[in-house]
Design a protein around this ligand. Structure first.
Ligand SMILES: [Zn+2]
Length: 246
């Protein structure tokens, strides 16, 4: 091979190396940019009760406010890498319902999950999921419409209307959790549509979960006071949440 031909081959090789490096550089830049632009969904986790508001007390003395905080912390730890997760309370103190939902709205949440246990007179172990309804379901809020509040002027009325447009999504999340729970636990899981105050004012899909029943001694002793069981339940919620946001 003469010298000129050799030089030509080297130039061609260098050219292709340059092109390949450029392509790799552009691809890396695009994927870094995508990572930067992909905003993590904001999940507000609301541990029910707190402070003087103990919630339900089990017959062995376990407080609902404690179970809800322990479970919420487990859920928070499991979600925090993939989502921006925010707790409405982080210790044993009282937060009123309006402040919880308002905080979720201020944080621009994409999902509100309020954690509770069941109780009261029934003694079976239920896993219950609530999503909201409003007293004025015929009114649909539309982001693009100019709204007339002429006949609905009290703050309570407006509060009641906010969650309307998220009802279908709230229901969808409840159904995903129910599917996972029933597959994993083979126990009763109910979905109820109920105008709970904390859900009604949420400007995002919102559900309230009763993760067990504190008035059931077996549930209190074997499940709600057992961290391993709570971790298993949290995994059920996490996979439903992942499915919802995928
Ligand atoms: Zn409660």
């Amino acid at each position: 091979m003469n010298k000129q031909k050799q030089k030509k081959n080297v130039m061609i090789s260098l050219f292709f190396i340059f092109i390949a490096s450029f392509i790799l550089y552009v691809e890396a830049a695009i994927s870094a940019d995508n990572r930067y632009n992909k905003k993590k969904p904001v999940i507000i986790i609301d541990p029910g009760h707190g402070g003087y508001d103990k919630g339900i007390t089990g017959i062995y003395g376990l407080f609902e406010k404690k179970v809800s905080l322990v479970f919420s912390n487990i859920l928070h730890d499991k979600l925090k890498d993939k989502y921006k997760t925010i707790l409405t309370r982080t210790d044993d103190y009282f937060v009123n319902l309006v402040d919880r939902t308002s905080f979720a709205n201020q944080m621009d949440g994409n999902l509100l999950i309020s954690i509770h246990t069941g109780g009261g007179s029934y003694r079976f172990s239920y896993f219950t999921l609530y999503y909201g309804i409003t007293g004025r379901q015929h009114i649909q809020l539309d982001m693009n419409d100019s709204l007339s509040y002429n006949s609905y002027t009290t703050p309570e009325d407006i509060w009641d209307l906010i969650s309307n447009r998220h009802t279908d999504h709230s229901k969808k999340i409840a159904e995903l959790i129910k599917k996972n729970y029933t597959n994993s636990e083979k126990k009763v899981c109910k979905i109820k549509q109920y105008p709970l105050f904390i859900l009604k004012g949420a400007d995002m899909p919102a559900i309230l979960v009763e993760i067990g029943n504190l008035s059931n001694p077996v549930c209190e002793d074997k499940e709600l006071s057992n961290k391993k069981y709570l971790i298993k339940l949290a995994d059920i919620l996490v996979s439903a949440i992942d499915e919802y946001f995928k």
